[in-house]
Design a protein around this ligand. Structure first.
Ligand code: GLC
Length: 459
């Protein structure tokens, strides 16, 4: 398979003065997006999609039946709330929930095995925004645009739809967007008279000060395990340092920017600001350390706000502040967040197509998207994302205009191997088993092999 050098429109604002949710995949750099093509901020009414006409339009308005929905929420009661509201509105359709692993990679491996084995369930599944190319290519997802009317896609911004498109067809309906933020202990910053940091250097020094003075056990926790989440964290430091994973379609990690990014990550560990065990932390472990009151700072996605305020599981309710991710000193006033998020995919072997489509339609309706927003998950439909009442649900929504975004190069079916080349090598450098420069050199050549199809293949 030849390397993809195409630039993808990576970003789209859901146009509003207050809200700029981005989505899509690719390598771009313009406006406030990293790595390649132009940031698009269309006015709500001018958004249009280039979705092809459906070939097998399904009328699901009177659907009945029973479907299984594989859900991957790592947080709270939101999945149950959604299903209860759906079944109330559509009593002729029963939805059984199937809880998936919280790691996106394990989740993907599980769904790949199940669906490629021909199973008709789950009928509908949540899948990462980085999966459309791979899942479409491997026929693990049905082209939703074959069944849904073209008008269906107008509820989303154009970029979100593009991010879910492969070879002209749309394979997933955007469910919620994920943006990363810096969570901090506002009580501790106050106590030690320290400002909310805007640079990574400040995060490190403030964390060190507070730990030294006995304010917290750990300074800063994040995702350093050998998995997709580490690619997200690394890409943010890399974009902050002025670099990108690919330049003109080729790996560009043999660069001073990549060296700066990874050296900084490693220094967080060697300086004692971040615990050594961070090289095994995914989102739940890092979040747990923070909500148990053991860390000053946490890098995590938008839902971590809700979790930090949940009195049954968090010891830091009322003590948490949230801000845009910082950047390196001299690189602006805030940093990059990886574009994350989850979509709804349709199993090509489903036996209940009409009920599945009704479910997907409702999950991207204002009612469902308000439920998501109330759980600090970022809505994907313009009607809710642009709503002036959004900010009442979570402080993260008001921060969006400050955030810069970097997309992962996931518009290729080889993306899992590209990402693995990053997270395997970065993880080894974090553990101290290879030097920063060796890790980057290895990642660079493995990314190029993965892109040319000569790597270890999809996962
Ligand atoms: C979040 C993001 C997803 C990303 C994952 C990495 O779930 O939404 O896009 O791949 O984290 O752990």
């Amino acid at each position: 398979m030849k390397a993809r050098t195409r630039n993808w429109a990576a970003v789209v604002s859901i146009a509003s003065t207050t809200t700029a949710l981005l989505a899509g995949c690719g390598q771009t750099q313009s406006g406030n997006t990293a790595n390649g093509s132009a940031a698009i901020a269309p006015k709500q009414n001018t958004v249009s999609t280039n979705v092809v006409a459906p070939t097998h339009l399904v009328n699901y308005s009177n659907a009945s039946g029973s479907i299984v929905w594989a859900e991957s929420f790592t947080t709270g009661p939101v999945a149950k709330q959604l299903v209860a509201a759906f079944e109330k509105k559509y009593p002729k359709i029963k939805v059984t929930m199937q809880v998936q692993p919280s790691s996106t990679d394990t989740n993907r491996a599980d769904l790949t095995a199940t669906i490629s084995g021909g199973s008709s369930t789950p009928d509908v599944y949540m899948g990462d925004v980085i999966w459309p190319a791979q899942f479409a290519h491997a026929q693990l997802a049905a082209p939703l645009s074959d069944y849904l009317p073209k008008s269906f896609w107008n509820r989303f911004s154009n970029g979100l739809v593009q991010g879910a498109t492969y070879n002209g067809k749309v394979y997933a309906a955007p469910l919620f967007a994920d943006t990363a933020f810096l969570y901090y202990r506002k009580d501790l910053l106050q106590k030690y008279h320290l400002p909310v940091p805007t640079t990574w250097e400040q995060v490190k020094s403030e964390a060190a000060t507070i730990v030294k003075k006995g304010g917290a056990k750990y300074g800063f926790v994040w995702q350093g395990a050998d998995y997709e989440g580490l690619t997200c964290d690394f890409d943010e430091y890399l974009a902050d340092a002025g670099g990108s994973v690919l330049t003109n379609g080729k790996a560009s990690l043999n660069t001073p920017a990549a060296n700066k990014a990874l050296s900084f990550m490693r220094s967080l560990i060697t300086s004692g600001v971040t615990p050594k065990t961070v090289d095994t932390f995914q989102e739940p472990q890092s979040e747990n350390v923070f909500t148990q009151g053991q860390a000053v700072f946490l890098r995590n996605w938008s839902y971590a706000w809700s979790d930090s305020q949940n009195p049954t599981s968090s010891k830091v309710v009322g003590k948490v502040g949230v801000t845009a991710l910082p950047t390196f000193a001299g690189h602006g006033s805030s940093g990059y967040s990886t574009v994350g998020g989850w979509d709804l995919y349709l199993n090509p072997h489903t036996k209940d197509l009409a009920a599945a489509l009704q479910f997907i339609d409702w999950m991207t309706s204002p009612q469902a998207q308000e439920i998501l927003a109330a759980n600090s998950e970022m809505p994907t439909i313009k009607a809710v994302a642009n709503s002036p009442t959004l900010k009442k649900y979570s402080p993260v929504f008001a921060l969006l205009p400050k955030v810069k975004f970097v997309s992962r190069p996931s518009q290729t079916p080889q993306y899992p191997s590209v990402s693995k080349a990053i997270y395997d090598n970065v993880n080894e450098a974090l553990a101290g088993s290879v030097s920063v420069s060796t890790a980057l050199k290895n990642a660079n050549s493995q990314i190029n092999s993965a892109q040319s199809g000569s790597g270890s293949g999809g996962l």
